[in-house]
Design a binder for this molecule. Structure first.
Ligand code: C5P
Length: 404
């Protein structure tokens, strides 16, 4: 009960027969001390009336995007951010499609696109719509974007068919809301966390570059975990194909030199985590035009060493972050190399992982890590990158607490 007391939920009611259950959801949330603000799609007003919703929430119900009074009182961008969690119930096939594609043509979809908060959806639709390839695609996209999903359940449907598609019961939705809001003890509120992630690209000529296989997944998972702990989270990321975790301040960069400049602008900070796979070398002078292959000799690439971003920041004296974390991705002598790097680079802890071919770490969703400090080494079991990230952030949080 206490978990939800004092929280604000922005409930978006979609147009489906299950909308009647949203009234019960509002009642249960109010009973738990939650402020519930509501947006109704035009279609949802065919199923439940704005008057019922307003009576239960004790708040004005919002429906039109271009309602000038609302925009003056509180713009839709602000509206999307003044909640602890957004809940879409029922999430119709249409709303899910809009969310997956980033459409914004009414207040509900605009708010969902403008928000920096987590979103929980409770899908509800006919079983054939739920099992259609388009909905399966949209659901996969939403999950990849970090959207939380509860239900749907199997059962008899209003249309007479049987199968998955019934909206989760209000009590189940409450459990999902509690699970999300509970996992966020904001231990890093007011703290600044800087994270580097992904590979860097070093130009050879206007069309070619030096890079590596880093997917950025571990660094992005760390950023997500840092946001969940309430940290101001700056993610300096090389080129990757991942969605920006909600709540993260993203600084996109391409090369190691740009990554260093971005990090230098962000220090000092409380915790700095260097998860990027920075290219060790770059071209001394990238060719201004595309290098032609029909020249007499093979081109020779004159390389120079890139700056070591971690080492520069760890040795930044007055601007040194309170806690500096490095990653050691190795294909051999993992722990010995990690220990050597811990000393050489001057960080407080090295996260060592084996990236040999066949380990599935590069691009994969799981990781086996070892924590190397002056005091010794601790090995963790094989975990998802998100679980690794959550446990690492907990560890870094207690290291910060010990130091301050
Ligand atoms: O590449 P190396 O194994 O030395 O990387 C170890 C750590 O140093 C990683 O945390 C990586 O992000 C960081 N690093 C860096 N700048 C470089 C090379 C590595 O910040 N130029």
């Amino acid at each position: 009960m206490a978990i939800l007391s004092g929280k604000t939920v922005l409930l978006i009611i979609g147009g489906g027969i299950a909308a009647y259950k949203s009234l019960e959801l509002i009642r249960l949330l109010k009973k738990r001390g939650v402020r519930v603000r509501c947006i109704m799609t035009r279609a949802s007003e065919e199923f439940v009336t704005p008057l019922s919703v307003a009576s239960l929430t004790g708040e004005k119900v919002h429906g039109e995007l271009f309602n000038l009074t609302d925009e003056v009182e509180m713009g839709h961008i602000e509206f999307s951010r003044a909640a602890d969690l957004l809940v879409v119930a029922p999430a119709t096939a249409d709303l899910m499609a809009k969310m997956a594609h980033g459409n914004a043509n009414d207040l509900a979809s605009t708010t969902l696109l403008a928000t920096d908060k987590r979103v929980l959806i409770a899908p509800a639709m006919n079983v054939r719509m739920w099992t259609h390839a388009a909905t399966i695609r949209n659901l996969a996209q939403l999950k990849a974007d970090g959207v939380l999903v509860v239900g749907p359940n199997d059962g008899e449907m209003a249309c007479g068919e049987y199968g998955p598609g019934r909206m989760a019961e209000p009590a189940e939705i409450i459990t999902a809301i509690e699970a999300d809001l509970q996992t966020s003890p904001r231990l890093l509120a007011g703290k600044k966390v800087l994270i580097t992630a992904g590979p860097t690209h070093e130009a050879i000529d206007p069309v070619r570059y030096i890079a590596n296989y880093s997917s950025g997944k571990q660094g992005y998972a760390l950023a997500e975990a840092a946001v969940a702990l309430g940290a101001e989270t700056i993610l300096v990321s090389g080129p990757v194909a991942l969605p920006i975790p909600p709540g993260v301040q993203m600084i996109p960069v391409t090369s190691a030199v740009e990554m260093l400049e971005a990090c230098q602008r962000e220090i000092p900070c409380d915790i700095a985590i260097f998860a990027a796979a920075v290219a060790d070398w770059r071209m001394g002078a990238p060719a201004r035009q595309k290098i032609k292959k029909d020249a007499q000799a093979l081109p020779s690439l004159q390389l120079v060493e890139n700056p070591d971003i971690l080492m520069t920041v760890a040795k930044a004296e007055a601007k040194r972050p309170k806690i500096v974390i490095g990653f050691a991705a190795e294909t051999e002598n993992l722990l010995a190399n990690a220990r050597a790097k811990l000393k050489k680079k001057g960080c407080d802890l090295m996260v060592a992982n084996d990236v040999s071919a066949g380990r599935g770490v590069f691009g994969g969703d799981r990781n086996t890590v070892h924590l190397v400090t002056e005091a010794g080494t601790e090995s963790w079991e094989h975990l998802t990158k998100l679980d690794v990230a959550k446990r690492l952030m907990d560890r870094f949080t207690s290291m910060l607490k010990d130091k301050t």
